[in-house]
Design a protein around this ligand. Sequence first.
Ligand code: SAH
Length: 210
Amino acid sequence: MTSQRTRDRLIGRLQEGGITNKAVLEVIRNTPRHIFVDEALASRAYDDTALPIGHGQTISQPFVVALMTQSLLRDGVPQRVLEIGTGSGYQAAVLAQLVKEVFTVERIEALITTARRRFQDLRLRNIRIKYSDGTLGWPDHAPYDAIVATAAPEGVPAALLEQLAIGGRLVIPVGGSGAQSLLLITRTDSGYSDEILDKVSFVPMRAGMQ
Ligand code: SAH
């Protein structure tokens, strides 16, 4: 169920969906998604679907992880990347194999404990995790060359815009449940420009910690 053939089939699906970045495809092919979900769900880990990870949260659909990652890398590889919503740790693990440093923020402490263990098992040493409300970003390490949010706020948090480097990119789902757009926002010398990448369905971004 977690065989190379199952993984190759997933890569084929991502390519059919328009994922062309070779480095992104290779990292997804080689990242064991089954260790990011409960053992009972391992047989579905290479299906192109979101899966529950407890606490009412989900590991994102592989296509959406690929699309967000490819969008962040479109005009060159960012060095320092901030993720809001560590969850299972899967998106951070994918990023960590493509960029120099990953900073990730999560508001549910129990998820941090399991994600940290997975990063250790995979020997991913360039990921730092913070237990905090990600609507505030992670100011200590700003500015970031790229920021990715894996939970959807109603509007783009001002702190995330502020913590973006000039030329930096923010990929973020925005909107209420059932009507979210995945935005790619680029910080320019004079302000911000944005484009809509896709219609998506993420769990809501909530303020405060749990
Ligand atoms: N990137 C994750 C996706 C997890 S789902 C993965 O690859 O598995 C989104 C996550 O965002 C959830 O774990 C949720 O707890 C978290 N989240 C929601 N609002 C948040 C906030 N304000 N700050 C930090 N994390 C938040």
